[in-house]
Structure formats: structure tokens, C-alpha cells
Design a protein around this ligand. Sequence first.
Ligand code: NAD
Ligand code: MN
Length: 483
Amino acid sequence: MTDPSTVWEYAPAPESTKVEIKPEYGLFIGGEFRAAHSRKWFETINPATEEPLARVAEADAEDINLAVSSARKALKTWRKTPPLERAKYLYRIARRIQERARELAVLETLDNGKPIRETRDEDVPLAAAHFFHHAGWCDKLKWAHPAPDGGEPQGIGVCGQVIPWNFPLLMAAWKIAPALACGNTVVLKPAETTPLTALRLAEIIQEIDLPAGVVNIVTGAGETGRRIVEHPGIDKIAFTGSTEVGRMIATAAAGTRKRLTLELGGKSPNIIFADAAIDQAVEGIVGAIWCNQGQVCCAGSRLLVEESVMDEVIAKLRLRMRSLRIGNPLDKNTDVGAINSATQLARIRRFIKIGSDEGACHNDEPGQALPPKGYWCRPCFFTGVQPAHTIAREEIFGPVLAVMSFRTPDEAVARANNTAYGLSAGVWTSRGSKAFEIARQIKAGVIWCNTFNQFDPSAPFGGYRESGFGREGGRSGLAAYLA
Ligand code: NAD
Ligand code: MN
């Protein structure tokens, strides 16, 4: 690996910010944008500059009633629409996302703070891929999940979907595409800090003439989300976000007829065996924990390294960390962008302090200058971490890696499974049989071998235990949207 002191200084390469942002955005209900009943608005900002981007309507109980009844009304015709016709709408949405990809990537970076390299190469293409994939399923549902009488399976009805701020457009696609493919209608709420790309998706939905009310997008914070999930007109709830809110939703849904899927937090292990290709593994560690500033539910936030290669891995990781470029997310050279909000930054800092207070050793690269405004956290890792330490147990949702060692494969598995979560895991080894043997023993919904954070619409994603239940993507993901 090159010594970063010999690395070239790059000239800034900012992406143009020329993308239309209206001063205010209403709620998308029944195919139209409208102000909230209360006429209340909230602001969404650019976390890299702290500058306001737009005002967004805050939906209250009356707005949610309207959104749910418009979804209910649209359901009557949408569920009778021939599957191939439904597919055409999904294909149109997918193609329009591709055609407007640059605009969506810039908007996502402005509203969320993540690097343009990620929105351009991951978030937006994957969102389009998700609609393409599910368009293909529309007329094949009876082969995927045949109805008991062998006929066409039916959707569940009106779906209330609440999503987080870490992958705003992608999560909207993960929720809307399978719901529509299976003949459901939707009331979706994006997170309060990142509503703009979901609202852009609403414009696309309007543009491609999706029948009014099939997709309704309402904005607001936790209270608006709560009103959606508790609304009696909702048949299915799909939630992605914190385990804490997930628990509240599960409690609220218990004893109702509502179907529920939850995609919650994680504290995923990334296991490096001594026989792994170490340079590739180090790249994998970087992608696992520092992608999207670590604000990823399946982030590889617990690094487990076989003792004999610990020194080598740490030395290479330190070197690699030094060459990460943190700063303006719109710069095409940027690796690490802004933390999504002041609240999230405070939470991450609190964990970093606890890590040091409990006796682990904090390592970062203080040499890099940070932008004057915005919410920034340097990538870092902790060594000297004990399994009982807070930073080894709790989800931080930031660029903070806890490093621990192991001596034997059994110890690796025991440490990997020593968590209340079970979302994902990484296994790095050059021996195929070992990869399968270890993967079989790890309790997690998704396990990557010699890679990390790979997503494909055909591969189901979801958790175990406190990471939630239900799958998104592929054939398994359809089951969550069929009666
Ligand atoms: P959150 O769970 O509060 O928010 C996620 C979504 O749920 C947002 O749209 C929010 O408005 C909505 N919401 C909040 N309270 C609700 C309620 N009572 N009923 C219905 N919907 C509600 O997450 P957060 O506060 O943004 O972040 C807190 C922590 O959660 C983070 O630090 C991180 O650890 C974790 N988190 C995990 C994920 C994930 O994908 N697993 C995503 C975001 C945050
Ligand atoms: Mn924002």
C-alpha cells in the first residue's frame, strides 16, 4: 500500500448543484401535492453546510386520514389492474429514475450529506434496479407464492411504510416497488431530515401517470409516523429504523389484524481470518464501516481479527484511514461526507467518549482539516475493546469501529454471535469450506464472504432477533406483501 504522504493532492472536483429545489413541498396525496391541513411546515437542511434547502409540510391526523382513504380508494382498481399493466408502471418509474439519475444523486447528497460518489454509484442505480426487478415479478407472482387454490395471489391492502434517513431514496424504492408489484397501495413517510428525494419520486410517479392514490407520500416526524402505523385503515406496516421505535410499533400492532415487518438496527461482525487476502480484507473493512459515514444498519461495526494478523491488519487499516478524504460531499473525490444531523453527531460523540472512558483506545487521523460548518466526524477505530464494552454492544450508527481479536474459529463464532442483534456479518478467508462453515454458524440475516455491503434486488435482506423480521428483495421479499 502506498504511503499517503506520497499521495497526490487532488484539485476540487465538485458536482454542479444545479438542481431545482422548490421553496416548499406539500404532501403527495391522491396524486396531487397539497399543503397540510394545519399549514404547518418544517425545514430540511444540508448537513454539510447547515443551510436550509426547503420547507416541507407536516402531516397531522387529518392528512393521514386523507392519505389512507385515498390509498383505500385506489386499491379497488389497482388490485384488479392486470399484472402486466402494473408492471408497465414499475418499468416507467425505473426508467425515469435512470433518466433523472444525476438530479436525484445531487439532491440526495444535498439533503443527506453522503458523498456524491455513493449516491451516484449506489443509492440511485440500486433504487432503479429495485423497480426494474419488481416490475418483472408482477405477472409471475403465482409461481413465486401460489395462492392456496393455485390462482393469482392477492396483495394485503393499504401499506403504511416508514423509512429512515440513511438511504432515503433507496429505502423508498425498497418499500414501494414490492408493495406495488403485489397489488397493494401505499402511504409512505420519509424521515424528517431527508424528505426531498422521496418527494422527487412523487413527482416521477405523477409524471408517469400512476393512478392517483396508489402511492401517497406524507412528510413529518415521529408523531406523523406514529399516526400512520396506528391508523385503523392500514393493513400492513413496514418499518425501517431504530430498534427502539421498532419495539413501540410492534407493541402498537400487537392484537390488531395488521401485518408487520421490521428492519431495525445492528452491530454486525466482520471476521478476518489469518488466511484471508489481507489487503482486500482491509478494503472490505473500510467499506463495511466507513461507507455512508457508518450510518448503515448492517455496517460491519465489530471487527474480529485473528490474533496472528492483528498487527498487520491494524497497520494497514491505519494507513488506509489516512488516505480517506473527508469533506464536501458534492466533491467527486470525497470518501466521507457529513453526518446526517446535529442529533446524530451528538450521539456518535457520546459513544466515542464512552469508548475512551471505558478504557478502549481511540484511533483517528486528526491531520485532516474539516469544513467550517456542518456535522463532521472523522473515521475512527477503537483498539483494546472488550466484548463487555458499550462500544462493542450498542449500535452507534457512525464511523466508529470496535476492533477485537480471536484465536480459533470457534472463538470467532462465539464472539460474532455475542450480540442482541443479527442483521449481517462478513467472513474473510481464502478457504471456501471455512467460509461456508463459519457462515452456517453465524446468526445473522445476511452474510457476505470476502466482501461486504453488497446489495442486489434479487437477494433478500433482513434480520434476526433485535434486528427485526421479514425480508426485503427477491422472492422472499414478495411474501411480505402478499395476503
Ligand atoms: P428512528 O427510528 O426514530 O426514525 C426512523 C423513522 O421512524 C423516521 O421516519 C421517523 O420519523 C419515524 N419515527 C420515529 N418515531 C416514530 C414512532 N413512534 N412511530 C412511527 N414512526 C416513527 O431513528 P432516528 O431517531 O432517526 O435514529 C436514532 C437511531 O436509530 C440512530 O442513531 C441509529 O442507531 C438507529 N437507526 C437505525 C436505522 C436502520 O436502518 N436500522 C436507520 C436510522 C436510524
Ligand atoms: Mn436534510
